[in-house]
Design a protein around this ligand. Structure first.
Ligand code: CUA
Length: 363
């Protein structure tokens, strides 16, 4: 190859690379980082972009050079000479992409595993998605609910997300994390906010007519301000911690149930705020779902499973695959549903379901 050709190729590569670099750097493609995860995602992004620009510069230079140098002349009607392979070239263009793609895979794997790594004091937030709103609740703080996602700065946060109807997806661009919320599953999303401020939180899965309106906010405040906020919400929610959900009156039939009413009431709130009614029928909660077993029949189910009622109900929530009522499919009830409840919530829910089931059984 002549020196002139190499210089021409290099010049073309520099021009193509320069233009691509300008396109990458001049517009602001990514929002300003507001989470630890975002910093790592941005690093991966720029790592891949740099590789892309390098490859683009080579390909564009060779292409433009070939078009200029080897194009057909006006009076030339002959075919070009036949060419058969070039082992050295083929090995080169296989090995270089192999190294680059492996590099991308390694960097991505490290970033993904670091992004999911929870700290010891991870804050748990439950997210309930439905057409067309998000509800956030804080199980460690009497399950107070909020229409916006309040978060303390610099603390690892794990979202446990459920949908009562269709597939939604939660995305905060400044956090660079996104996860679908799928009916029948509890999906998880981990984030560590690093910047104070209010950021848009939006649904990014077409979920119906109101999809474009399904927006909320992630509000990152100092840990002290966050605790003050939580305390205030707890106070507003009242000592009975029945939350904000509307509470249908429990069955009016008179029974000699010994379960304390407050626990059952709290259980109803847990039932309502976790979307159980989407799949289950339960007259005490005015629920009419048909996907899973009818919870008015729990007494009979427990008998079939040969277990005491309370133990049976608890097992069915925590380990739904252990006993599956004939006629219903295994694997529909989220297996990690129990993990998203606090011990207290689980006890309330079990008490509530057992009490309601006994009442319907006595009717
Ligand atoms: Cu929910 Cu789109």
């Amino acid at each position: 190859m002549r020196r002139g050709s190499i210089a021409a190729l290099l010049g073309l590569a520099l021009i193509a690379g320069g233009v691509a670099t300008a396109v990458a750097l001049v517009p602001t493609w990514l929002p300003e980082d507001a989470s630890q995860q975002a910093g790592r995602i941005a690093f991966t992004f720029w790592f891949v972009i740099a590789i892309c620009i390098f490859i683009f510069a080579i390909v564009a230079a060779v292409m433009v050079y070939s078009v200029m140098k080897f194009r057909v002349r006006d009076d030339d009607f002959e075919d070009g000479p036949p060419i058969h392979g070039h082992t050295g070239l083929e090995i080169t263009w296989t090995i270089i992409p192999f190294i680059l793609v492996t590099g991308i895979a390694i960097v991505s794997a490290i970033v993904l595993s670091r992004n999911d790594a929870q700290a010891q004091d991870t804050l748990r937030v439950n997210v309930l998605a439905q057409q067309f709103e998000f509800t956030f609740s804080y199980p460690d703080a009497k399950n107070v609910t909020s229409p916006v996602l309040m978060l303390p700065k610099d603390r690892s946060v794990e979202l446990y997300m459920r949908s009562v109807d269709v597939i939604h997806s939660v995305f905060v661009p400044q956090f660079s994390v996104k996860e679908d919320i799928v009916p029948g599953l509890v999906t998880q999303l981990h984030v560590t906010p690093t910047r104070l401020g209010t950021f848009p939180l939006e649904c990014t899965e077409l979920c119906g007519l109101g999809h474009s309106l399904m927006r909320s906010q992630a509000v990152v405040v100092s840990p002290a301000a966050f605790n003050t906020w939580l305390k205030k919400q707890e106070k507003n929610a009242g000592p009975s911690s029945t939350g904000t959900s509307t509470t249908p009156t429990t069955s009016t039939s008179t029974t000699s149930s010994t379960t304390p009413i407050s626990s059952a009431q709290a259980g109803l709130t847990v039932f309502n705020s976790n979307g159980c009614s989407a799949c289950h029928t339960l007259s005490a909660a005015k629920a009419t779902g048909k996907v899973g077993p009818n919870l008015d029949n729990l007494v009979a189910y427990a008998k079939t499973a040969k277990q005491p009622l309370e133990a049976f109900v608890q097992q069915s929530i925590v380990d739904p695959g252990k006993y599956v009522q004939p006629g219903y499919s295994d694997g529909i009830m989220p297996t990690n549903f129990g993990q998203s409840l606090t011990k207290e919530q689980l006890d309330h829910l079990v008490a509530f379901l057992a009490q309601s089931a006994r009442q319907s059984g006595n009717k």
